[in-house]
Design a protein around this ligand. Structure first.
Ligand code: SF4
Length: 481
């Protein structure tokens, strides 16, 4: 079953803010990967403007999805592969489960894939008594700990070395150590056994190509290559938007993906997969299945204002720059997608009212747009989601969230458009605020719904005279002189 815990955003965010270990890990991550990506974009021979070109490539693919997906499916089928279009998470999971059961699979090895998190694949396999072993080191750690990823590409960022040492000692039965090399070797040994005995390999798809009819998966650990070539059956999952028209588009997208995700020129391993092993090939599965998932994406595609979100290549770069993610970490977002990308895409996939705190929690500072390798305007869509929450929206089935706030902002809008009314309000509020003012002229505690303003900082009483009044006075004095 798909895990949706977006309602716990506030509690989980507070937990994250109060966790000193997480704070240190997030600061390191943003310093290393966030700054590194900026530098990597600057050093591109074509300059950071290449991101705009990538945006055009992605938008062009999104506008022609129907044709491109058919081309991809035809080419894969012509090589003996199977393609299944899944309308929702249940259909995708059921297809994969039935394929596993048909082949009597007891163990599947999986490369990191956010879409399988989105559809809750692991839980469904566990319920059917089939083991799914995560093979990306970070995902493997998280799986051993029984937790969920907290970052799109660095899922175990919230875990310390000593926590991992204790975990490995308990679960892998090795002496406790915090030495990264020893820990990695222990994971490698355990995973080798899984690779060699698995009946099914499961992967995601970074970007597919309609022209050549293949999917591409990238990794830095080589685990995806082993997951997709050693077992007899390979099932790959892709969101229906993860495709481009031409192979030449891939060059640009992967150069930007690697820079945005990990400040690298290119990922360590890039695999192009277009079907099962053919006679004469040494490696590869006997059966290849590609599951192309809709799960709410058609609705996003049909909306001109949100369609741009489908350009996302899930690189995680926006997380590495976001000041909110940098404070609260990933678990607060309560779904597969965290950070700014999660704050836009999760409400669209699971319901805008249900996931409202995610988009309300972001600062709209614009750092995510600057970090995005495909130049997605996330702040624009965050504002749009907020507008839907404020006004309600039939198409997205959004109920107006806070009528009181709507009325207050309506009044505010009328006041700020009239100078005299604004001055009168300032004078009145100054007098009213005096009731809450402490000894040093600061307000440290507001009552009721205004409490949030003073929970973590004091507020200064507005100046006795407004800036405009002081300006007028000073101009008058100048003229008199
Ligand atoms: S929104 Fe942009 S930066 Fe964020 S995950 Fe998607 S592609 Fe990467």
């Amino acid at each position: 079953m798909t895990r949706i815990a977006t309602e716990n955003y506030r509690e989980e965010a507070i937990k994250g803010i109060n966790d000193p270990v997480l704070q240190k890990a997030l600061a390191n991550l943003q310093m290393r990967l966030g700054r590194g990506a900026e530098e990597a974009y600057r050093n591109l021979p074509e300059g950071p403007g290449l991101r705009r070109k990538a945006h055009e490539i992605r938008m062009n693919a999104i506008e022609n999805l129907d044709v491109l997906l058919e081309l991809l499916a035809d080419k894969i089928r012509s090589r003996g592969g199977h393609v299944f279009f899944a309308e929702d998470a249940d259909a995708a999971v059921t297809y994969c489960l039935e394929t596993a059961q048909k082949h009597n699979v007891r163990l599947a090895v999986k490369g990191k894939s956010m879409i399988t998190e989105e559809i809750g694949l692991n839980d469904a396999f566990a319920a059917a008594d089939i083991e799914v072993a995560e093979t990306d080191l970070g995902e493997y750690i998280i799986q051993l700990a029984g937790e969920h990823p907290s970052h799109i590409i660095a899922p175990a960022i919230h875990k310390t070395r000593s926590e991992i040492g204790l975990l490995f000692s308990e679960k892998l039965n090795i002496p406790y150590t915090t030495d990264p090399e020893t820990l990695t070797r222990a994971a490698r040994k355990a995973l080798r056994e899984k690779f060699l005995s698995a009946g099914m390999g499961i992967s995601g798809c970074n970007i597919a190509c309609a022209e050549t009819g293949h999917i591409t998966v990238v990794s830095n650990e080589g685990n995806i290559r082993m997951s997709t070539t050693l077992p007899k059956v390979h099932v790959a999952f892709m969101g229906m938007e993860r495709i481009t028209a031409r192979l030449s588009d891939h060059d640009i997208l992967f150069r930007l993906l690697s820079r945005g995700a990990a400040a690298q020129k290119m990922a360590g391993y890039v695999s192009y997969i277009g079907g099962p092993r053919i006679s004469g090939q040494a490696d590869g599965p006997d059966e290849f299945h590609l599951v192309i998932i809709d799960n709410g994406r058609t609705k996003i595609l049909a909306d001109n204002e949100f369609r741009e979100m489908l350009c996302c290549i899930r690189c995680g770069a926006c997380l590495n720059m976001c000041p909110v993610y940098g404070e609260i970490g990933g678990h607060a977002y309560g779904y597969a997608y965290t950070g700014p990308v999660g704050a836009v895409v999760t409400p669209l996939l699971v319901g805008i009212n249900r996931a409202k705190d995610l988009c309300l929690g972001e600062t709209l500072c614009g750092a995510c747009k600057d970090a995005c390798p495909v130049d997605i305007d996330l702040p624009r869509m965050l504002l749009l989601l907020r507008a839907k929450l404020a006004d309600g929206d039939e198409k997205w089935n959004v109920k107006r969230e806070n009528t009181g706030e709507k009325i207050l902002y309506g009044i505010w809008s009328e006041i700020v458009r009239r100078r005299w009314a604004y001055d009168a309000m300032l004078n009145l509020s100054r007098e009213g605020l005096r009731l809450f003012t402490g000894k040093e002229g600061m307000i440290s505690s507001f009552p009721f719904f205004l409490k949030g303003w003073t929970d973590s900082r004091d507020m200064k009483l507005p100046a006795r005279e407004s800036f405009m009044l002081q300006w007028k006075k000073s101009e008058k004095q100048k003229r008199v002189k």
